[in-house]
Design a binder for this molecule. Structure first.
Ligand code: NDP
Ligand code: OXD
Length: 309
């Protein structure tokens, strides 16, 4: 049987070269080299074209090359009965924690104000704020949220979190469930979104939830673009309720040329690169799951189709 490798952004040759030594007995091929769809029984994919996976009659297992599986599940023909593993990796979590720390510190240390002053040759002392006086809220306290929270605690920030189920993490005040969202938001001087995109979380950063943040709060979204009601965020930025936003993910990617986020003075745009995987780190996880599949052992890091993450 054959393993299909397909990715919208990764070089298949590079990945197959990395995978093959870990799975020497497997026939791993890029989409262009699959002659017989019936030969494929496992697929390693990132953002496959809609319909592709449903067209593989003997498919038994899907390994997503990312942590978020919303892109796969929005394909109406996606074969939801098959086991789907997502990417969970310390390297990815470290990268995301770096991204969160980078932008939290940028706001905390007023870097934008200093850059403005430098451009205008203004020597101005800005009063410092102690990290212990800033409260950072993390929405989505999974693999990535926990890694980010731990780093932020190390800088002395107050950290609060919001998840579906209660969390017990030293130093973090945990809020959970829809009923506690408002209480959580009221604490967040900086709101970091690391949620998966599901029907429950779509549009969760909207006019109402933004208005529950303290005036002058910042928003950092590295979850998915679909979490943000873009017009509501622009409105809150333009009327000075929200002080700034750092956005790595967008409803439509790449961000279209005429999108107001590109030029908005309070918005930092990054091109969906907060965290990415590297072959040397994740090949062992992928290979382990393929071996488990072959040996009929339980697969790891599976998505719960009921919750969608
Ligand atoms: P996890 O599945 O480990 O964690 C998801 C978290 O979100 C959990 O804490 C979960 O709660 C919480 N959650 C889910 N649904 C709800 C809800 N309805 N209400 C409250 N909390 C909810 O995911 P990861 O941390 O691995 O990844 C999170 C997301 O980050 C990915 O889905 C992806 O969209 C995004 N991502 C972005 C990248 C980038 O480069 N920008 C890179 C990688 C990922 P509970 O713990 O109770 O289940
Ligand atoms: C992911 C991503 O989900 O890179 O892994 O967005």
């Amino acid at each position: 049987m054959t393993i299909l490798f397909q990715s919208l952004i990764h070089d298949p040759d590079l990945w197959i070269d990395a995978l093959q030594p870990a799975l020497p007995d497997e026939d791993i091929r890029p989409l262009a080299e699959i002659d017989d769809k019936a030969s494929v029984d496992a697929a390693i994919v990132l953002a496959p074209p809609h319909g592709l996976l449903a067209s593989l009659p003997n498919l038994k297992f899907v390994q997503n090359l990312g942590a978020g599986v919303d892109g796969l599940l929005k394909d109406p023909s996606y074969p939801r009965h098959l086991p789907l593993a997502r990417m969970v990796d310390d390297g990815l979590a470290n990268k995301m924690a770096e991204y969160v720390v980078l932008h939290v510190l940028r706001y905390h240390r007023q870097v934008e104000a200093m850059q403005f002053n430098q451009r205008n040759k203004i020597w101005k002392w800005l009063p410092p704020v102690d990290a212990s006086e800033r409260c950072i809220g993390i929405m989505g306290m999974g693999e990535l949220g926990i890694a980010a929270a731990k780093r932020l605690l190390g800088f002395g920030f107050q950290v609060v979190s919001w998840s579906r189920r209660l969390k017990a993490i030293d130093g973090v005040a945990s809020f959970h469930g829809a009923d506690q969202l408002e209480g959580f938001l009221r604490h967040c001087q900086m709101l970091v979104c690391l949620l998966p995109l599901t029907p429950e979380t779509t549009g969760i950063i909207n006019r109402r939830t933004l208005s529950l943040l303290p005036r002058g709060a910042y928003v950092i979204n590295a979850g998915r673009g679909g979490h943000v009601a873009e017009h509501d965020l622009l409105h809150a930025l333009d009327n000075d309720y929200i002080a700034g936003a750092t956005l790595d993910v967008f409803a439509e990617e790449p961000l279209r040329q005429d999108h107001p986020f590109w030029v908005h003075p309070k918005v930092t745009v990054t091109p969906h690169n907060a965290a990415d995987i590297i072959p040397s780190r994740v090949v062992p996880y992928i290979a382990d799951n393929i071996r488990r599949l072959r040996e009929g052992r339980p697969l790891l890091r599976l998505v719960d189709m009921k919750t969608g993450y």
